[in-house]
Design a protein. Structure first.
Length: 377
């Protein structure tokens, strides 16, 4: 993908593409921006949820490098759409690299300052030592079986985001399940889309479980731009909330395998049920992207939110990508505590609605229902 300066030139030079203005019949219009790791992950499961939900108008899927390189993620997304009988949904390959961060720098920070120490929070995605190279494309395993016959659109993801939001003012929800690289590029190229975006929802950052997550520290500069842009509504799923539910809780996987249709049953049998049975002590990953999808589909599953300010550390040291939070009512917090009135957020910190108190029973009910209902081809 072009750099941000190259993309700006591209956006100014290409002929205008047909505008996407969907006659959605009351459905929620969603641009789905995702580091779409296959064969099955929190990313692909959230994709399945939105494909199965009958109140969602999925305007397009954008991929962004993180869990895998964007080229491999795009291959998984395209083939999954074929398997689900939804080839009409366009796919746009997005940023293949972060704005500034590089694999060499990520590895250097871990060597100099140590890795993030809390479980999976040391994860580096395709910047890990043993990860492949940007141009690699490996065969897709069962049930994918082969590469898709449908192709990704030639338009860069950031341009698609700009064009689609302009064509649907105040109607589009931006689902950002990976780093905010594509969103940051779009906001820099076309600041006019910020006030006319209905909502941005993002998973990243934390207060108690960890100070960050890979979606932030993979491209901290993009996260800073995304948080600070001034969207009318920015909804955040933190690692603290996401850790409340794991995929292997409450017999969800067995219920899906026994009742779902292909390819959903096959994916869960091969990549969740089989590993769980082979290793009963194995704990499945938390469900952050699925929570984001649940919020888009039915926000009443969550018990409200806390208004917070948020910003991101971008110093090239061991705290790169850490998130800092301040209460929105920071002036009134602390009563007569000395220094009251000085506990202010950073000058350009963004304001977010941090989701809290998920109803686990309702989440499970929605999730299993979506995974086991007939495939919406």
């Amino acid at each position: 993908m072009p750099t941000s300066s190259g993309l700006l030139a591209h956006s100014a030079m290409v002929s205008p593409a047909p505008q996407i203005s969907s006659a959605s019949g009351g459905k929620k219009k969603v641009i789905y921006d995702q580091d779409h790791r296959g064969p099955l992950s929190t990313d692909t499961i959230a994709t399945l949820m939105l494909l199965q939900a009958d109140n969602i108008d999925l305007l397009g899927i954008c991929t962004v490098t993180c869990d895998m390189w964007a080229r491999q993620e795009t291959a998984y997304a395209l083939r999954l759409l074929e398997l689900m009988g939804r080839p009409e949904i366009p796919v746009f390959m997005g940023a293949e690299e972060p704005l500034l961060n590089t694999k060499a720098e990520a590895q250097m920070r871990y060597q100099m300052f140590g890795s993030r120490t809390l479980g999976n929070e040391g994860y580096l995605g395709c910047f890990a030592k043993d990860a492949g190279n940007r141009g690699d494309l490996t065969p897709l395993p069962a049930p994918y079986g082969r590469f898709a016959r449908i192709k990704a659109q030639p338009e860069p993801a950031a341009d698609f985001i700009i064009r689609t939001i302009r064509a649907n003012p105040n109607e589009v929800t931006m689902y950002c399940g990976g780093p905010m690289t594509n969103l940051a590029l779009a906001a820099m190229l076309a600041p006019d889309i910020v006030p006319i975006t209905k909502e941005v929802i993002f998973m990243g950052g934390g207060i108690h479980h960890s100070t960050s997550s890979v979606n932030v520290y993979f491209d901290a500069e993009a996260a800073k731009i995304g948080f600070r842009a001034g969207w009318p509504k920015f909804t955040l799923v933190t690692t603290d909330l996401a850790e409340q539910v794991h995929l292997d809780d409450d017999g969800k996987v067995d219920a899906i395998v026994s009742r779902a249709h292909a390819p959903i049953a096959d994916l869960f049998r091969l990549y969740e049920q089989a590993p769980q049975r082979a290793n009963p002590k194995r704990q499945s990953f938390r469900m952050p992207d699925e929570m984001m999808a649940a919020h888009v589909i039915d926000p009443t599953i969550f018990g409200g939110y806390d208004e917070m300010y948020i910003d991101v550390v971008t110093h090239n040291d061991g705290h790169y990508g850490d998130t800092s939070f301040w209460d929105a009512d920071w002036k009134g917090i602390g009563g007569d505590t000395a220094g009251l009135g000085q506990n202010n957020p950073s000058v350009k910190a963004g304001r977010v609605q941090m989701l809290k108190d998920i109803n686990k029973a309702r989440f499970r009910e929605l999730f299993v229902d979506l995974m086991t209902r007939p495939v919406r081809s």
